[in-house]
Design a protein around this ligand. Structure first.
Ligand code: SF4
Length: 363
């Protein structure tokens, strides 16, 4: 298997990057020669935001380049949940491709780049025990070391299903490394911002539209310290007995509901409102959160909250609120929470379709 093919099947391989040396970012984001890669990257992001299908490029080169464009776009968006979803998507792509190869040297080469040492003899796979332990945290009980066959510091898999089990270990390593590879991008290429401006605007728009559909599980445990300033301000005003506007109540209720507050807990906050009427407030909360009626309302984005006159970015001079990618209070919350060391995104989206389609598209 040549390196060009490998670059499309396993685009994270550093050892194939020499093939693309000298390619300018300006060309990547503007030349028609790379439009297939750009379309691929765009469609992967949109698919993981719940819009459209992935458009797969016909060549391995474009898959490789599209993969790395996706990483840059994710770094720019700085949306941990979306990054987690895309990581799952490419993880499944990796899994299907790894299962499809027969060349043992390639298997070992790919595994080594994922920092997992494997040895292969006939149908028997051996994984370095330390590499094994590092990658089983998210896997089920079947993978506990206690149940494995150990020999000379290696976990041994043989017989039916052994290849699949080894691949599961590798894909866990891939998932982690993918997220690290996005988070390690510190400077966003100016060429992307300049030449990919319209696509980025559409992506941000779609993300803001869809972020309220991220599941409460994806937001993890509630962390009130990480609330954005606008939400803290509304709560503070309510606690001070102020009669806040309908838009402020609406923003607060949709936000709290989205991150996992129960209806009762939301009602507790409103008890401080001077005109508190239990029945009426309960009705309003249920209406906004979709428990009554068919519409589930989304959390307003920053630009809407600004229009409501509820954005307090300037009042508190909050540095996070001044970031170019800060377009939604839920992004603020998730980012702040994650930067304090909360758990990572959970598997919530089945990205297996890329894996399936990629095989059909291989040249
Ligand atoms: S920038 Fe957004 S998150 Fe920050 S205070 Fe304004 S509306 Fe809230």
């Amino acid at each position: 298997m040549d390196d060009r093919t490998l670059s499309g099947m396993f685009p994270f391989l550093k050892s194939v990057s020499y093939l693309y040396r000298g390619l300018s970012l300006k060309d990547l984001f503007s030349s028609t020669a790379y439009s297939d890669a750009r379309t691929f990257a765009y469609s992967v992001i949109m698919k993981n935001l719940g819009e459209g299908d992935v458009i797969y490029p016909p060549s391995y080169e474009m898959k490789y380049l599209g993969y790395h464009m996706v990483r840059m776009i994710l770094a720019y968006l700085n949306d941990k949940i979306l990054t987690g979803r895309v990581a799952i998507f490419f993880r499944d792509y990796f899994e299907t491709n790894f299962i499809s190869i027969d060349d043992r040297e390639v298997m070992k080469r790919v595994s080594a780049e994922l920092d997992v040492e494997i040895m292969i003899q006939g149908n028997e796979f051996s994984i370095n025990v330390f590499d094994y332990i590092s990658n089983i945290e998210r896997l089920g009980d079947d993978y506990r070391l206690f149940y494995q066959r150990l020999k000379n510091g290696y976990v041994i898999f043989s017989g039916k299903g052994s290849r699949e089990k080894v691949t599961k270990i590798l894909r866990e390593s891939f998932y982690r490394k993918f997220i690290e590879s996005v988070e390690s991008i510190e400077s966003i290429p100016e060429e992307m911002i300049l030449y990919y401006r319209e696509e980025l605007a559409r992506i941000k728009e779609a993300r803001d539209e869809n972020i309220s559909k991220y599941s409460t599980v994806e937001y993890g445990d509630i962390d009130e310290d990480s609330f954005p300033p606008c939400i803290k301000e509304i709560i503070k005003r309510i606690m001070n007995g102020e009669n806040v506007s309908h838009n402020a109540r609406f923003t607060l209720v949709t936000f709290l509901k989205q991150i996992g507050f129960s209806g009762e807990r939301i009602l507790e906050i409103f008890r401080n409102v001077p005109d508190f009427d239990m029945r009426m407030t309960e009705y309003q909360v249920k209406h906004i959160t979709g428990e009554k009626g068919k519409t589930v309302y989304s959390v307003p984005k920053c630009s809407t909250i600004e229009l409501y006159g509820l954005c307090v970015r300037d009042k508190y001079n909050d540095s996070l609120c001044r970031k170019e990618w800060m377009t939604h209070p839920l992004i603020y919350y998730r980012f702040k929470k994650r930067s304090k060391g909360s758990p990572g995104p959970q598997d919530s989206l089945d990205g297996s379709d890329m894996a399936k389609k990629s095989n059909n598209n291989h040249e």
